[in-house]
Design a protein around this ligand. Structure first.
Ligand code: MN
Length: 300
């Protein structure tokens, strides 16, 4: 394997999403617009919330891409205009293909709202190729226990394989275009090379402690995004060795779409005309609405 170098490192920023929950945004920022085919990465928390403090993202639309929610702590409930409803807990993944459009809500679980507690997770936006932008919405929900895990032969690197493949483990989630999405934990002394297909673009996002990445052993601070250079079929990652605490990072890579991107808020299309159409369709109700919950009593 030939390790890639790190092309550049961009700092994440602190901002707010939805009704006002704190996120660390890897991108888009003023320094980094996107990493084709990825449009956004937000880290929610980690926050220790007091009772009543948890906030979410009430009814809002999406069209033209996929939202991938990966929770490490807390609970999120989602509902959408296509009639899907679900609950996401620690380690669970929801891969939502918005396609032609959904209206959905992403709200903290009732326990988290009423009792408070820790919230930590990620939302990644994956762009869809032009041919798939208007497909029917689709959900994949994967309970934590169904996410394959692998370990390096020396035991020092642990991977949860959300998409793609690592340490001989293949993900169960199906992606529209080839994607690698790994949650990596590196113990002290860890030094590994993770295969990343040559044609993929991608990045490393350390979210607990700093990491050393790529040829030339570039130091990447927590909360920064290290962009993989082209050339090479792997990325070298190691624990910096300055202390014994484990490091955690996301490694995300995928086949670039190399298509024009027109994005505005919750819509990501190829042209500004398509964005205007998305707004018209949303305003005229074509993306649907979330129907009130039917209780078991109503069904009788
Ligand atoms: Mn959303």
């Amino acid at each position: 394997m030939t390790s890639r170098t790190i092309a550049s490192v961009a700092p994440g920023i602190r901002t707010f999403e939805g009704e006002g929950f704190a996120v660390r945004r890897a991108f888009p920022t003023s320094q980094l617009d996107s990493v084709d085919p990825f449009l956004l990465l937000d880290e929610m928390g980690p926050s220790d919330l007091s009772p009543g403090e948890a906030k979410g993202a009430p009814d809002h639309p999406h069209r033209g891409f996929e939202t991938v929610t990966y929770l490490l702590a807390g609970r999120f409930e989602h509902r959408d205009s296509a009639g899907h409803a679900g609950s996401l807990g620690p380690g669970d993944v929801q891969w939502m293909t918005a396609g032609g459009g959904v209206v959905h809500s992403e709200m903290p679980g009732r326990d988290l709202v009423e009792c408070g507690g820790r919230l930590h997770g990620f939302q990644l936006w994956v762009n869809l190729p032009a041919r798939d932008k208007m497909i029917a919405p689709h959900y994949q929900e994967m309970a934590a226990r169904k996410i394959p895990t692998g370990r390096s032969t020396d035991g020092l690197v642990f991977a949860r394989v959300l998409a793609g493949e690592a340490f001989g483990q293949r993900a169960v989630i199906v992606t529209r275009t080839p994607i690698l999405y790994l949650h990596l934990t590196l113990d002290a002394g860890a030094n590994c090379e993770i295969p990343v297909p040559t044609e993929f673009g991608g990045f490393v996002f350390p979210f607990r402690g700093d990491l050393v990445a790529g040829i030339g052993a570039k130091s990447v601070a927590e909360g920064n995004v290290a962009i993989l250079a082209t050339g090479g079929d792997a990325i070298a990652l190691s624990h910096p060795g300055t202390d014994d605490s484990a490091r955690e990072a996301l490694l995300v890579a995928g086949e670039p779409l190399r298509e024009p991107v027109a994005r505005y808020g919750p819509f990501v299309m190829n042209t500004s005309d398509e964005i205007r159409q998305a707004f018209r369709d949303y305003q005229s109700g074509k993306l649907g609405r979330i129907l009130p919950e039917i209780s078991p009593l109503d069904k009788e």
